[in-house]
Design a protein around this ligand. Sequence first.
Ligand SMILES: Cc1cc2nc3c(=O)[nH]c(=O)nc-3n(C[C@H](O)[C@H](O)[C@H](O)COP(=O)(O)OP(=O)(O)OC[C@H]3O[C@@H](n4cnc5c(N)ncnc54)[C@H](O)[C@@H]3O)c2cc1C
Length: 545
Amino acid sequence: MESQVLIVGGGPVGLTLALDLAYRGIASTVIERRPAGERPSVKCNHVSSRTMETFRRLGFAQEVRAAGLPDDFPNDVVFRTSFCGLEMGRIPIPGRASRFTDKSGPDGWWPTPEPPHRVNQVYLEPILFHRAKSNAMIEILNEWEVTQSGQTGEHAFAVIRDLRTGEERRLSALYLVGCDGGASGVRKSIGAKLHGDAVIQRVQSTHIRAPDLLGRVKGRPAWFNYSYNSDRPGSVIAIDGIEEWLVHCYLLPHEETFDSVDRDRQIRHILGVGPDFPYDMVAKEDWIGRRLVADHFRDRRIFIDGDAAHLWVPYAGYGMNAGIADAVGLSWLLAAHLNGWAPASILDGYVAERQPITDQVSRFAMSHAAKAIKERNSIPSNVEDDTPEAAALRAEIGRKACDLNVQQYACAGLNYGYYYDESPLIVADSEAPPAYSMYDYTPSTVPGCRLPHFWLADGRSLYDALGPEFTLLRIDRHVAVAGFVDAAHALGCPLAVLDIDQSDVPDAYRYSLLIVRPDRHVAWRGAAEPEDAASVLARLTGRMI
Ligand SMILES: Cc1cc2nc3c(=O)[nH]c(=O)nc-3n(C[C@H](O)[C@H](O)[C@H](O)COP(=O)(O)OP(=O)(O)OC[C@H]3O[C@@H](n4cnc5c(N)ncnc54)[C@H](O)[C@@H]3O)c2cc1C
C-alpha cells in the first residue's frame, strides 16, 4: 500500500500518530533510527487519562494497563526525608488492582472510562511498536535515518539512509510529520525555532538496579518517592516495582554542570543508604528542564508534533502526553482530508488549536516547576531530628508538599479542561468555556470543550458508543436531525447519530443536540437543528476557512 503520510521518528508520538491514522484508514511509513523493538531509555512514567482514552479507542488500553508495576504496587506519591527515611506526606493513587474501584484518591472522581496509568516508557513503547508493526496500514523502516526532508508543490519527501548499509532512498508522500524528538531535523527543515526558557533546572538521572532497596523502605512503597532534606533534593521512581529505579538528583541553582556533583554520593544520599549498599547503574540520562515551544508547527505539507514542537520540564507528566494529544489532533484532520470529506484547509485547524494549548501547558508546567524547586530547596536542617518540633515540621512540610504536588499528579485540568474556543473548526455559542487550571476541571459542553464523559444506561462508556468520526448526540428523540444527516450525506462527511435514552445525563448537557468531533471535542450544540445545517457542517470540516 502506498503511504499517504511519512512519519519521521518512531517514538511514542510517531507510533501513536501512525496507529491513529491507520484507525482512520490512512497508510503511513514510519522512519526510525533505532533498531526494531529497541528499548528506549527510562523517561516518561505517566500515561495520562486522556492518552489512555486514546489507547482505548485504538483497542489496546488493557494491554497498556497490564504493563509495568505489579498489580498491588501503590501508585502513590510520597515525600520522605530520603527514600529510606521518614515519611512526611503521601498523595494516594491506587495501583492497578484497585484502580477502577478505589475512588478515595484525588483523581477518584474523574469522569473517564480510563483513569491514568503509571508505567514507564520502556514498557509502553514496545506495545506501541508491536501494534504498529502488525498493522497492515503501517510500514516501519527501522535503522533508517532521515537525512533531509522537504516538499515540492504536490508532495512532501524524505531522503533516508540505511544505517546498516549506507544505501540512500528518497520517499515521497502527500504529507510528512516530524515526530523526531527534541533535536528534530524536520523542525529545522521548516525553519521553525524554539522559543522560551532554555534552562529551568538540571537533573542528573540514573537508572539503577538495586534488589535490596524495596525491603528497606519504611511503610508502604510508592511509585514516586521524593527525598526532601536540607542537603540535596531528589526523587526515586519505581520502574518495575521490584529492583529497577530511576533516581533524579536535582542540581542546586549554583551547580551549573552535570559534573559538579558526585553521582554515586548523591544517589546514596537520596536513597538514604550507606557506602556499602549494593546497586548497579543501568544507564545515565542527564537532562536540562526547559520551556521551549516552536514558533510554527507547520509549513504547508510538513508538520511537527511532540517533542519536535515543544519541550518542557516534565511536571505533571505532560511531555509525551501532550505530544500524543497533538497526534490525535492532527490525525483526524489529515484523515478527513485524505479520505476526501474535507478540503486541505481543514489542516489549518492543527496550528490554530494545538499551538495555543501547547504554549499554555508549557507555562503551567513552568510555573509549577518554579514553586516545586523553591519548596524542595528550602528544607530546614533539623527536619530529621528526633524531637516533637521536628515531627511537627515534617508534618507541615508533608502537608504543603501534598497540597502543591497534587496539582501535578491529579491534573484534571490538563487532561480534560483545555478547549479550542477560537478554532476555525468550531461553532462558538454565547456561553464562555469554564476556566481551568492544571488541577481544576469543570465539565462543559460549550463548543471547543472535551465532551464530558458519562456512563450509558446499558453500562457502556459514552466514548465507546461514539462513531469513529463525527457523532451527533441526540438527548431527546423528538428533536429532528434529518437536516444534519442529509447535509453530512451531501458532503460525504461521516456523521453517526447516537440517541441518549436516559434522564441522568450530567448537568453540562443542556441542549438536545450536540456534535462531537473525532477527537472528542464538542464542535456545535443547540436545542434544535439550525435552519442551515449544511453551513454548520461546512465550518466543522474546514470549508469556511
Ligand atoms: C527524565 C524524563 C522524564 C519524563 N517523564 C515524563 C512523563 O512522566 N510524562 C510525559 O508525558 N513525558 C515525560 N517525559 C518526556 C517524554 O519522554 C517525551 O516527551 C517523549 O519521549 C516525546 O516523545 P516523541 O515521540 O515526541 O519523541 P522521542 O521519544 O524523542 O522520539 C523521537 C524518535 O525519533 C527518532 N529520530 C530522531 N531523528 C530521526 C531521524 N533523523 N531519522 C529517523 N529517526 C529519528 C528517535 O530515534 C526517536 O525514537 C520525560 C522526559 C524525561 C527526560
